[in-house]
Design a protein around this ligand. Structure first.
Ligand code: ZN
Length: 73
């Protein structure tokens, strides 16, 4: 699969460890397999205390491929 633009919603299972970027605000957070994507701790998108314009079902987390280069092997 070459779906490099895949994004994830809050509550989705984390498939690959890495740094993800909050699409609405750009906040970066690290997630590991076995975890689920949480709400953004910066803008609180996905929670009812966050942005008023948050739309349920909006893709929230996007892989930050330019962070933490994995060419160490
Ligand atoms: Zn955010």
């Amino acid at each position: 699969m070459n779906d490099t633009k895949k994004t994830f919603n809050r509550g989705d299972a984390v498939e690959r460890e890495g740094t993800y970027v909050c699409v609405p605000c750009g906040f970066k957070k690290h997630f590991a397999p076995g975890e689920t994507f949480s709400e953004c701790t910066s803008c609180m998108a996905g929670s009812n205390t966050g942005h008023e314009d948050y739309v349920e079902g909006l893709e929230l987390w996007e892989p930050a491929k330019d962070e933490e280069p994995t060419n160490t092997k």
